[in-house]
Design a protein around this ligand. Structure first.
Ligand SMILES: Cc1cc2nc3c(=O)[nH]c(=O)nc-3n(C[C@H](O)[C@H](O)[C@H](O)COP(=O)(O)OP(=O)(O)OC[C@H]3O[C@@H](n4cnc5c(N)ncnc54)[C@H](O)[C@@H]3O)c2cc1C
Length: 490
């Protein structure tokens, strides 16, 4: 086999030797790849996973572990929450848009309870029936359920019945910063299950290009230990190699706001799967969409007000922190500050959190807002009028501008501080290959590319613009499993 660094498809006629073969060949052993492996093996296929690094896991094993599930899962019920498929669809359509793939949202919501059972009962993913209700990116302990999309805050809570849908696998030592966090506790059982079903894995195997026989994908080429090998797929190839958060040129072309800011991703997310399918005519979707993390502890910012570089508020601080991150990056260019008084700061710091490292010290502390505004270099009077207006209504427990919930609205007193949060945003890409609900990779013509499937963050999944924590492990496992099942059909 000649050395083929090119991303262009390789003709079967140019393959001199197949070094391995299987019914279903999967590129990437993260959440989408592991779910595809289990799905394909449960469907009776002989499965081989090719993983670039020395072990399974990917970004998923490092993740907080949220899976966005709902519609009345056993965990939601055990925690005392009612949810319906309709409410879940309505929320995801509004919050994850604009432009969501309606067929995917429908399939995902309608299949969510069954997917929970597959994870918990068939794969052994542990969930603890306890709800974490405090502000935070993740539960600090081993609770299994949390609000992770802003369902219970404006602008959604008045029109769509709210329910928490962030399901997190139970951690091994009851702490979110445990060595074996939620993502690991998802990946360990999934890969164990794959092993029990006879799935084989080859490591240090970097998939490079697709092998085609006419229009049909029949294998891949990969680099292993300095040589190029070819692996035959008799029924289908599944691409599951993650996002393009670490491909600077692709970021520049499609999601320029994330240039220099990759976060919650791994360097192996280099967009290769997207490019190798593009080279075969694959269509793309929502390449500009991104998850954006806001690097500040929600226990703090919910108790103050967030303002932009002109001293103006830009969002209700009680919503999902990822919505805050998107608003901060897209609306404010990343230039934001937290304004908080001493009492609220101390109260926030006294509450449990999974992210103590995001409890920044105040940058400026003053006796008055006028003084603070001067120290920060904001336009004269801008912050003063923002705080005056906020306090006037906060005394009555209201927030007419952004509808922050009454329990989080309190007048800002003295001493008052500002925390400089400029540049405190980063994230990963959500766009990628356009796929069908059955995880077939679609050609620009709209037809499926025969033999080619994909899932996870190399595809555009349920998020088209907005995001909710758990949507990645959620759609990666949901459509990953489907990719395996449909690839196994051949
Ligand atoms: C700290 C952190 C916290 C997060 N928290 C959450 C959360 O709570 N909920 C949530 O939904 N998401 C979360 N995420 C994001 C989530 O982990 C990813 O979006 C998700 O894992 C993507 O799934 P995937 O299968 O596409 O990629 P991955 O899980 O990363 O798997 C991709 C695999 O493909 C391999 N690979 C790459 N290129 C090649 C190649 N050429 N050939 C062969 N193999 C290759 C990689 O090494 C990797 O093992 C978090 C991420 C991080 C890092």
């Amino acid at each position: 086999m000649p050395h083929t660094p090119s991303i262009r498809p390789v003709s079967i006629d140019d393959v001199e030797e197949w070094t391995d073969q299987a019914d279903v060949v999967i590129a990437g052993f993260g959440v989408a790849g592991a779910s595809a492996a289990v799905g394909a093996a449960q469907s009776g296929a002989d499965v081989l996973v090719l993983e670039r690094t020395g072990g399974w896991g990917g970004a998923a094993a490092m993740a907080g572990g949220f899976l966005y599930l709902g519609g009345g899962t056993p965990l939601q019920k055990a925690c005392g929450f009612d949810d319906t498929v309709e409410a879940m669809k309505a929320f995801m359509t509004q919050a994850l848009g604009p432009g969501v793939d309606t067929a995917k949202i429908d399939a995902y919501c309608e299949g969510s309870v069954a997917h929970y059972h597959w994870l918990a009962d068939e794969c052994g993913v542990p969930f603890k029936a306890s709800f974490w209700g405090e502000p935070g990116w993740e539960p600090p302990f081993d609770d299994g359920l949390q609000y992770t999309g802003g369902e219970n805050a404006a602008p959604f809570h008045d029109t769509i019945p709210p329910a928490p849908r962030g399901h997190v696998p139970q951690m091994s030592d009851k702490r979110a910063d445990a060595e074996r966090g939620g993502g690991y506790m998802l990946m360990q059982p999934l890969t164990d299950r794959a092993g029990e079903l006879g799935v084989r894995a080859a490591y240090d195997m970097r998939v490079q290009a697709l092998v085609v026989d006419g229009d049909r994908v029949v294998g891949v080429t990969a680099r292993q230990y300095g040589r190029t090998v070819a692996v035959r797929a008799h029924r289908g190839v599944v691409l599951a190699t993650g996002s393009f958060a670490y491909h600077p040129q692709m970021l520049e072309s499609h999601a320029p706001r994330l240039v220099g800011r990759p976060a919650a991703a791994i360097e192996e997310h280099d967009g290769r799967a997207i490019a190798m399918a593009q080279a075969l005519g694959a269509d793309l979707a929502h390449m500009d969409a991104a998850e954006v993390a806001y690097f500040c502890d929600p226990q703090l910012f919910i108790r103050g007000i967030l303002v932009d570089g002109r001293g103006q508020r830009f969002i209700n601080e009680d919503t999902y922190p990822g919505r805050v991150g998107q608003a901060a990056l897209y609306g404010c260019g990343g230039e934001t500050y937290l304004i908080i008084d001493q009492a609220s700061y101390e109260q926030g710091c006294s509450r449990p959190t999974a992210t103590p490292e995001l409890r920044h010290r105040p940058t400026w502390v003053c006796e008055s807002v006028a003084e603070l505004e001067g120290e920060m270099g904001l336009p004269d009077g801008a912050l003063q009028s923002t705080v005056d207006y906020y306090n006037r209504h906060a005394r009555n427990g209201t927030d007419p501008l952004f509808d922050k919930r009454p329990e989080w609205v309190a007048p800002i007193g003295s001493p008052v501080a500002a925390i400089d949060l400029r540049g405190m945003v980063g994230g990963f890409t959500l766009g990628g290959l356009r796929t069908s609900v059955d995880a077939e990779v679609l050609h620009v013509s709209g037809d499926p590319i025969p033999g080619l499937y994909a899932a996870g963050r190399c595809t555009s999944g349920v998020s088209a613009g907005g995001y909710a924590s758990g949507a990645s492990l959620g759609d990666g496992s949901f459509f990953g499993r489907r990719a395996g099942v449909y690839a196994a059909k051949g």
